[in-house]
Each structure stands twice: as C-alpha cells, then as structure tokens.
Design a protein around this ligand. Structure first.
Ligand SMILES: NC(=O)c1ccc[n+]([C@@H]2O[C@H](COP(=O)([O-])OP(=O)(O)OC[C@H]3O[C@@H](n4cnc5c(N)ncnc54)[C@H](OP(=O)(O)O)[C@@H]3O)[C@@H](O)[C@H]2O)c1
Length: 325
C-alpha cells in the first residue's frame, strides 16, 4: 500500500457517539464504517432512508469479511453499532427535525463529522431560498452545530467537530452580497462550491474563538481528490468528463478508503485531542488560502449566518453559541 497516511490504530469505546452527515456513500461511508469497526456508536445522518439502510447492510457485510480475514484492531461483535437518522441539509425544517430527534434520544455526542456535501451543481436553490452549495455544505451544518454544541459541551472529554472542506476553497471569492448568486451571471459552479468550502474553514475559526477552554475542539480538512459519487453532480460538464477519464487512467484519484483516512484521523486519533483551528491535508496540518483566515470575513460570515437562521435560533441557543453561557 506504500507509505502514505494510514488509519490510526485505536479502539473507540462503544459509548462514544459519532454522527457522520452523508454517511451512506463516498468518504462518509468509509469513515462511518471504519470508526464503527473501531468500536464507536455511529449515526449516519442521511437524506434517503433506503440508501442509508443499504449502506448499513453493506458496512456489516464488509465488517464480517474483515473479521474473516483476521483484520487487526476491529471489534469482534456480531454487528456494527451503526444507525440511521433522517437529515436533508437542503431543508432547514428537516435539519431541525434531525436535531429534535437527536435531542430526544438523550444521547451524548462526541464527534460531529460534517461531511455531507454537493459539488459543482448547476445554479439551484433550496426550499429555504438559499443557493444549494451554500446551504447543504455550509449553512445546514451551521444550524446543526448551533443546536448540538450544548450537548457536546455536556458529553465529557475530547469532543470534536470536523468539517470536510476542500482545497477547492482556494477558488472561493468572498463576497457576501453575492453569496446567493441572485444574478445568474454571478454564478459559476467552481466559485460557489469553493465559497462553501471556504465558509466551512471560516466557521471553524469563528467557533474556536468562542470555544476557549472548552472540551470541544474544531478542525477541518481536505481529503484529497477522491473517486466518489460527487462526480454525478457534474456529469453534464463535458470538460470534466475528459479530465476525469484522464485522471482515472493515470491513477490520480484516491479511493474513498484512502480519502477517508484524513476524516477518520481527525475524528478519532488521540494525538489531535484538544487541537483546534487546523486544516488537515493527508492527516497533517496545512496552510489554507489567506481569505479563509481573514478574521473580518469570518466574523461577517458569522453575522450573516445568524441572520439567515434567525427563525431557527432562539436567544438561548445564540447565547450558548456565542460562549456567553
Ligand atoms: N471526492 C472528492 O474529491 C472531494 C474532495 C474534496 C472535498 N470533498 C468533500 O467531501 C465530502 C464528501 O463528498 P464525497 O466525495 O464522499 O461525495 P459523495 O460520494 O457524493 O457523497 C456525498 C454525501 O453527501 C450527501 N448529501 C448530499 N446532499 C445532501 C443533503 N441535502 N442532505 C444530506 N446529505 C446530503 C450524499 O447523500 P446522497 O447519497 O443521498 O446524495 C452523500 O451521502 C463533501 O463535503 C465534499 O465536498 C470531496
């Protein structure tokens, strides 16, 4: 397998609860499966129950095969402790329902892996009227974090929020006035995907400023260029077809397993306990584009996000989020 990064050799207690958004395919699938094989209780938060249940079945099949192969450092239980909860990040109502369902389960929450995403979709809007990349990749996760953070703060040692960003954040072009691409000519798929991935990094820094001396740490990452279903979103782009074929032929793509290593590492490697405000590439801290680190941009985005979500955040939730209580 070469000497690239590898999955950390750790076991995770069953009472450690990990939520993976979009855990039914691609990077989220591999991360959810391997973290469950380490022992954790994993909830995959997905928009399709059918795809999620098929994914859980496949995870268990692959788990049984791994046990038969005698793979080391995996649990020896009969089944993985993986569950499904419904979450459509393109709907603030669905996101609130997920939050209510999670809260009513009375569970703790140790790791929130904000992985679900769309990339390079045609200009489109959610039912809430927000640009698709903006809401699915960024704003929906902002709402999740705002409501689940109080639970994480009460969940004990070493809780982590991990944002799956992308090197595409470098194509981001910070301009909140154009954040919703209301004028058609403002829109470019790469720019809006890049913006959403930059917003995730900015979200991380804003949270870290507000979580001083907390048990919750926040990081983000780029998984590499990975062959996943994300390609489905730009199957209509002829220029991408040629590029993808060429990258496939030359072995430029990582597998989902290889890409997921950085997710798994950030989520469970004890070495990153308490580590904050870091952008991981190949499991190592790396530099981001300077716009992502601009404090004024970060705080402008924070204010704008609170405004977008004003009907979904009570004063109590905002106070807790601002670190005021
Ligand atoms: N692949 C790469 O090269 C690459 C590079 C850098 C960053 N990333 C990031 O990695 C993350 C995972 O992407 P991937 O490559 O694994 O792509 P993928 O195979 O397309 O998986 C994306 C996941 O997000 C879910 N999702 C999409 N829209 C959703 C919504 N409205 N509500 C809830 N879940 C939704 C999908 O669910 P469905 O199956 O129901 O659609 C799927 O589970 C994304 O944030 C992406 O930006 C990927």
């Amino acid at each position: 397998m070469g000497s690239g990064p590898s999955i950390p050799d750790v076991s995770v207690p069953r009472d450690r609860v990990v939520v993976v958004t979009g855990g039914n395919t691609g990077l989220g699938y591999e991360a959810a499966k391997h973290i469950a094989m380490m022992g954790a209780t994993v909830i995959i938060a997905c928009r399709s129950e059918q795809r999620a249940m098929e994914a859980i079945e496949r995870m268990n099949k692959e788990f049984r095969e791994a046990k038969e192969r005698g793979e080391k450092n995996i649990i020896q239980d009969d089944k993985l402790n993986v569950e499904f909860m419904l979450l459509d990040l393109a709907s603030l109502k669905s996101t609130m329902n997920f939050i209510a369902m999670f809260k009513s389960s009375g569970r703790k929450l140790h790791v929130l892996l904000c992985n679900a995403g769309v990339g390079l979709v045609v200009r489109g809007y959610t039912e809430d009227g927000y640009e698709m990349h903006f809401q699915v990749n960024y704003l929906g996760h902002f709402l999740l974090v705002a409501h689940l953070l109080p639970i994480m703060k009460q969940s004990g040692d070493d809780c982590r929020i991990v944002f799956v960003s992308s090197s595409a954040h470098e194509y981001g072009n910070f301009n909140l006035e154009k954040a919703q691409a209301k004028i058609e000519t403002d829109y470019s798929r790469m720019k809006y995907y890049g913006n959403s991935k930059m917003y995730q990094i900015q979200h991380m820094s804003c949270l870290v400023r507000r979580l001083q001396d907390s048990n919750v740490s926040v990081t983000c990452l780029h998984p590499g260029i990975v062959a996943t279903e994300i390609n489905r979103n730009y199957s209509d782009m002829r220029c991408f077809h040629g590029m993808i074929r060429c990258m496939n032929n030359t072995g430029c793509f990582k597998s989902s397993y290889q890409g997921a290593i950085t997710l798994i590492d950030a989520a469970v490697n004890p070495k990153w306990k308490g580590v904050n405000d870091v952008y991981f590439v190949k499991t190592k801290p790396a530099a981001t584009a300077s716009a992502a680190r601009n404090k004024q941009y970060q705080e402008d985005l924070w204010k704008y996000s609170l405004h977008c979500l004003q009907d979904y955040l009570s004063d109590d939730v905002i106070s807790a989020l601002e670190g005021l209580k």
